[in-house]
Write a new protein. Structure first.
Length: 212
């Protein structure tokens, strides 16, 4: 029984000593790897790039300025992944003396040639024919602007606008000037205005009154 206990504690001591030496060896080989990921075209940093240690299965995300820092071991394979760029790798040198190492990793732009695609505004020939027949060929930007600036359109918009201070002032000044113009005489009456009567008769003959 005593011999069994001695052998048991000896094995525990041996494994503990071996694990301690192994941990010390690992700790002595740990490297603080830092760096910046930049584009090969503009040399600008690539923010939030994924930096993944394939050997130990652990990774980090670079910051907004493309900077990253992580703990690695000599010989580890580091993968750099960023959207629009090729996934590239970097192997940590096993001949480093210092436990800190900095790099500038250049990522290559990933250019993908896609097949040509023709985009049409109509799903079928029948829809195209129908749209072509119903098309208004002179409905361009200039004619639309002319329509919107016509007297009828401006009157329609003005009738729905609320009066502001400038419009009220202009209206009051026009009334004042009209009173000054007819001061000392009868007010102007369009019923006795021959120009107004001629315009009314002309509009009646042209059919403008019936359309209104």
């Amino acid at each position: 029984m005593r011999l069994f206990l001695i052998l048991f504690f000896s094995l525990i001591y041996f494994f503990s000593f071996s694990q301690k030496k192994k941990n010390e060896l690992i700790d002595s080989n740990l490297i603080q790897l830092s760096g910046v990921i930049v584009s090969n075209e503009t040399l600008e940093p690539l923010p939030y790039t994924t930096v993944y240690d394939k050997t130990i299965g652990r990774g980090v995300i670079a910051d907004y300025y493309g900077f990253f820092s992580m703990v690695v071991l000599p010989g580890d394979t580091i993968l750099f992944s960023f959207y629009g760029y090729k996934t590239s790798s970097y192997i940590v040198p096993d001949s480093l003396i210092d436990n800190r190492y900095s790099i500038i990793h250049v990522a290559q732009r990933d250019t993908i040639d896609l097949p040509e695609v023709d985009v049409y505004p109509w799903p079928s020939r029948e829809d195209f024919a129908r749209a072509f027949v119903d098309m208004e060929p002179y409905d361009d930007a200039l004619r639309r602007a002319q329509q919107q600036l016509s007297g009828e359109s401006l009157a329609f918009v003005a009738a729905r606008l609320e009066g502001d201070a400038s419009l009220s002032y202009t209206s009051s000044r026009n009334e004042y000037y009209t009173k000054l113009y007819t001061s000392g005489q009868l007010p102007v009456n369009n019923l006795l205005n021959p120009y107004a009567w001629s315009k009314l008769i002309k509009d009646w003959k042209e059919g403008k009154l019936s359309r209104q």
